[in-house]
Design a protein around this ligand. Structure first.
Ligand code: SF4
Ligand code: SF4
Length: 435
């Protein structure tokens, strides 16, 4: 454990010399559970911030959970293990709500996404590359640059923007460039236009990066040397973009996106028919954050090895590990085998699809032919995981490695109560997962 938040702290922090219990009596498990609460709140606060931009009147119940949970972690408030778990479920429940509200707000404002094919790594002309998650920002930018001779390209978690009709209608929203967030340093260096990062995940540029003078940040995002877009005034960004050389990237690649859960639910009759004819045997939710390193290759290998009568449902930036693979349609149907629900905050879509299947097939949620294999990177993934636990979702596989903030006791609790698995190798996991 490590805690140094109060005056009673041991020198250098309780736990820093191997203590398993703090001066106040908080033990290692409670300390870790409180850390997980705070990590979940960090993820929750990111989604709350987007909701606040779109529908501020909906944030009160989320704010109440954030405040109550912070209070819960104050010194000498609660030493009861079960109540720590209940509080974590409360945080998860707020995660379910915020994702649902955000999903509603996005579809209300930008329309229900439609499946689209997006050009990948092809770009031309005066151009702005937009990275992050903020769709509201993108709409404002598209309006401000309309008719200015500037093309807009998405990066990483902005890819799903192309599916929304009210964003897609702008003819200067041209395509996607790059993959998950961590390719920024190399990608941005080779991008001759301007770049805007409007939320996490930004990679701090090296001091000598040539793209620093072309890099803009928005609201909470900041790095030394970049310029900030203030008060939604895009004039300086536009002037800078027009002053730079044309971007010229050639590629024949393409990606598909735009399978929001509301769009997928529209396919329900075809999907149920395919299940009854045994054309679809199983759904795999392969979703979550991506991080640098070889760990993410697991997810590509998994998707590649899935039988053709399975459907892959994805969200978040982990999809860039496998979204270049053409999985085609379920044989003898028009149902695509690859469904991109959208950004990380659209992860609630998998639950909506599972609940609809559960009702239509009259099968309890945890007995459906649906397997969930998640990748986690940062604290938005923590709130998504807590959200799934709060809904009683079990049998989740989590990788590519165990979070450092869970110890053996917490792992055993999660295995016992939620049948959580940590991923091993693809063949072993598939043997267990394929029903
Ligand atoms: S709250 Fe408890 S564990 Fe944390 S620093 Fe104070 S005494 Fe130590
Ligand atoms: S899915 Fe997670 S890791 Fe990926 S860009 Fe979004 S917040 Fe960052």
């Amino acid at each position: 454990m490590f805690c140094y938040q109060c005056e009673m702290s041991a020198t250098n922090g309780c736990g820093s010399s191997g203590q398993h219990i703090g001066t106040c009596g908080k033990d290692e498990n409670l300390a870790r559970l409180q850390d997980i609460m705070v990590f979940g709140l960090k993820g929750l606060s990111a989604y709350r911030e987007h909701l606040n931009e779109l529908e501020p009147e909906k944030t009160k119940e989320i704010d109440d959970v954030i405040n109550e949970t912070l209070y819960f972690t104050l010194t000498n408030v609660n030493f009861n293990f079960d109540e720590h778990i209940s509080q974590l479920m409360k945080v998860g429940n707020a995660g379910v709500k915020v994702m649902d509200y955000l999903s509603e707000a996005h579809t209300k404002k930008f329309g229900i996404p439609k499946p689209v094919t997006v050009s990948q790594n092809r770009a031309e002309g005066k151009a702005i590359l937009v990275s992050g998650h903020n769709l509201d920002f993108l709409e404002k930018l598209l309006i401000a640059t309309d008719g200015k001779g500037i093309n807009i390209y998405t990066h990483s978690e902005m890819l799903p923007a192309h599916g929304y009709p009210h964003l897609n209608k702008f003819s200067h929203l041209k395509g996607n460039v790059g993959k998950a967030w961590f390719d920024q340093t190399k990608l941005f260096e080779n991008w001759s236009g301007t770049i805007v990062v409007n939320t996490n995940c930004i990679v701090p540029p090296k001091k000598n990066s040539s793209y620093l003078r072309r890099l803009y940040t928005y609201k909470i995002v900041g790095v030394d040397g970049a310029r900030k877009i203030e008060n939604d005034n895009f004039d300086k960004l536009i002037a800078k973009t027009l002053s730079l050389p044309d971007v010229s990237l050639e590629s024949e690649e393409s990606l598909t996106t735009g399978h929001h859960y509301k769009t997928v639910l529209g396919l329900a009759p075809e999907i149920l028919d395919a299940i009854s004819k045994k054309q679809i045997s199983q759904f795999f939710v392969v979703a979550g954050c991506d991080a640098p390193g070889k760990g993410g290759e697991y997810y590509r290998e998994l998707v590649q090895k899935l039988p053709k009568d399975t459907v892959v449902i994805t969200s978040s930036c982990g999809k860039f590990r496998f979204n270049d693979i053409d999985l085609g349609n379920v044989p003898d149907t028009e149902i695509p085998r690859y469904l991109d629900l959208g950004q990380c905050n659209d992860s609630n879509g998998a639950v909506h699809i599972a609940l609809a299947l559960s009702e239509a097939l009259n099968i309890p949620l945890n007995h459906l032919p649906v397997s969930i294999v998640l990748s986690w990177m940062e604290q938005k993934a923590v709130i998504i995981l807590l959200a799934l636990f709060s809904l009683g979702v079990k049998n989740i596989y989590l990788g590519p490695k165990a979070p450092q903030f869970i110890n053996d006791d917490i792992t055993n609790f999660l295995v016992q109560h939620f049948n959580l698995h940590l991923t091993s190798d693809v063949d072993t996991d598939l043997k267990a997962l394929l029903k």
